[in-house]
Design a protein around this ligand. Sequence first.
Ligand SMILES: Cc1ncc(COP(=O)(O)O)c(C=O)c1O
Length: 401
Amino acid sequence: MSLPHHISGPEVLPSSLDLCPRQRAWVEIDRGAITTNTRRVRESLAPRSALMAVVKADGYGHGAVTVAEAAREGGAGSFGVATLAEAIELRQAGINEPVLVLGNLTQPSELRACLHWGLMPTLSSLSQALVASNVGIAGGRELEVHLKLDTGMTRLGVAWDEGPALLDSLAGLDGVRLRGVYSHLADADNPDDTITRQQLQRFTVVLTRLAELELRPGLRHLANSAGTLAGDPTLQFDMVRVGLALYGHAPAPHLRGRLALRPAMSVRARVTMVRSVPAGVGVSYGHSFVTRRPSRLAVVGIGYADGVVRSLSNRLQVLAHGQRLPQVGKITMDQLVIDATDCPALGPGDVVTLLGESAGGSIEAAEWADLADTIPWEILCGFRQRLPRLPVGHEAEVISG
Ligand SMILES: Cc1ncc(COP(=O)(O)O)c(C=O)c1O
């Protein structure tokens, strides 16, 4: 059957892959910023403390492999992910450094995959340790593992005071090798460090007990970005596990400026249409915004299905032509509207910046997070795959040749 004559064949129409990735909306990733941030964090650590780059959730939305390579260049010696699939993605991309799966793997098949790919699972219980041991014995080599202690996060991990007994049992099992003992801070971004101190104290009690029992813990690690930026070497042990700071963001206002970090992600989109309307016109679903003056409204091709938080409707601002312009009306699935009345130069095809730097300033994930009553982590992870990730900076120049 031939195509109707009004439909051109693929030799005439570009396929979606041929479309310019900067056509509608996109995310720019400055790999150099990740390398520099990593180096700054690395250099701030106590000399004996190594750096694990946390690249879970597709490198907090930046692209896990891109981030891992950039962080490795900046001095990260290992990687933390949440899921088995995320870990395998790193291996398939040729990343051969130690990879710790921070999430819970519950199936023997998942532990067999860890053995196969040389990944380290986190263990939180004796039953998991027994399965890991069986997997190692059946596979003919030791499965390397980290044991997690719950010192106050009340999520994964064996209760801290049961840690030494579990480690004692683990030491007697064939087929597994303990590479690390760790815990996770629940409140390190709080200027009041009471909970952090309690967790540190519990972690230290366990480590002291292990030493008394002559059990070797492998790498001892506790701190996340906030624990690391706090700058207290007693939190840093043999390694820190850092995510957010490597992407260029401070985990809390009081930790801003501890290190000179540069956000690695920018989000930009194009104006697809500009229209002039009189005063008194309702904009977008529900008419939550009504123009108060004759207005020039610009439609921008990005929406909540791309990761722009809908609850920021009528509160978001964007950068264009060196100005901050207000977003008006409800943010819709694929589009939003900005009030460009005070920016007569703005026209169709122009680029607006939703996050990141542009002439006239910068907008950080923390600004969105504050407005939306959430955290920068969620904002960064929220940008969907519909937005192409494009390298910028020196890296992009090298790639484009
Ligand atoms: C166990 C664990 N360690 C480290 C991190 C890194 O945290 P951050 O992004 O605050 O540095 C996370 C992230 O949530 C985590 O779950």
